[in-house]
Design a protein. Structure first.
Length: 338
């Protein structure tokens, strides 16, 4: 059982383009030394660089090149015969031009996959919104485990970035409508491309009001229906009453939007507007996930929520770890009562 398990471990990490140091290299080298003639290396290659998803949506050139170089080093440290497939794969990649983007493929429990085109740099085009952050993975895991919160409801995501959390929810939780939102034009462009990449069709003219049914009719929709997907340009500081009345979400979520004192105040102002401009509907449920990098910022967020009269509670940690982390992040999810 050791060989397929090891190959699967490499597969999930490789397709999601996690850091190379997080791979079980020592375990692989030990297995190769113990069984130099085994098909393990071929299995690893087929589940990573030569996997159909990777061939169609390849991670960055640098990432694949570094992975194959390390794989060849481990192979050459054993007494095994050279494997031509390894060198052929590396030769093909060496001939590729470097790109500013690469693909990441996240496997879902349903067997489906979330495929994203992401920037290879943490900061590009003047924003950090062109990569997927750990809080987005964490929030998606919680959503999948708590799908009734999202099923047949209208969801508004604040600061959607390039779309991981929303696409995962749309593929697993059967929302009635999902509104992706952000304010950076490059992020919105990449977000739209990723939504199309995953087989979804956006509603035409996303600036138009969302046609949602009265709350009493929500139960009439079936889970087999595809959600209405909207991409909205939403600036928290200048959002208008009309924009919010057009949205009318049942649930509001956000991931990794609490990292700066100024952003905290703008976010809280946005939540207060959502509460005030809701027609005759009840206020939406609100869930905010964030990585605690600076405890002072976390405590400031709680203090500002208290000052604004917004109630909050910490959501218990979910049990399923679906997506792989390089280092388990210190992520918290707060439910807010606006």
């Amino acid at each position: 059982m050791a060989e397929p398990e090891l190959g699967s471990s490499f597969q999930r990490r490789f397709l999601a383009a996690r850091q190379l140091r997080s791979f079980p290299w020592a375990e692989l080298e030990e297995e190769l030394r113990a069984r130099p003639g085994s098909p393990l290396l071929t299995d690893v290659l087929q589940k990573t660089v030569l996997h159909p998803l990777c061939v169609k949506y390849p991670p960055s050139t640098k990432y694949r090149r570094s992975f194959l170089t390390e794989l060849i080093k481990k192979h050459e440290s054993t007494a095994a015969e050279p494997l031509d497939e390894l060198y052929d794969a590396l030769a093909d990649i060496l001939n590729e031009e470097e790109s500013t983007h690469g693909y990441k493929n996240y496997l879902l429990p349903t067997g489906e996959c979330v495929t994203l085109s992401e920037s290879v740099a943490i900061i590009s085009e003047g924003t950090t919104g062109l990569v997927t952050w750990d809080a987005a993975l964490h929030l998606a895991e919680w959503a999948i485990e708590n799908s009734p919160v999202f099923s047949n409801r209208t969801i508004l995501e604040l600061g959607s970035g390039i779309g991981f959390t929303g696409i995962a929810i749309c593929k697993t939780c059967s929302p009635k409508a999902y509104i992706f939102s952000d304010c950076h034009h490059c992020v919105l462009k990449q977000l739209t491309e990723n939504i199309h990449l995953n087989g979804f069709v956006l509603e035409p003219e996303t600036t138009r009001p969302i046609q949602t049914e009265p709350q009493g009719q929500e139960g009439e929709a079936t889970n087999s229906q595809k959600p209405k997907l909207i991409v909205a340009e939403l600036d928290w500081g200048s959002v208008t009453e009309k924009q919010l009345l057009d949205l009318q979400p049942d649930v509001v979520i956000a991931a990794d939007v609490v990292y700066d004192p100024e952003i905290i105040l703008t976010l809280i102002g946005m939540l207060q507007k959502l509460s005030a401009f809701r027609a005759a509907r009840k206020p939406p449920e609100v869930y905010i996930a964030f990585t605690i990098r600076n405890p002072d910022t976390y405590h400031l967020f709680q203090a500002e929520l208290d000052k604004a009269g917004i109630g909050w509670q910490v959501i218990p940690a979910h049990s399923n770890s679906i997506f792989l982390y390089d280092v388990q992040p210190n992520v918290t999810i707060l439910q807010l009562f606006i």
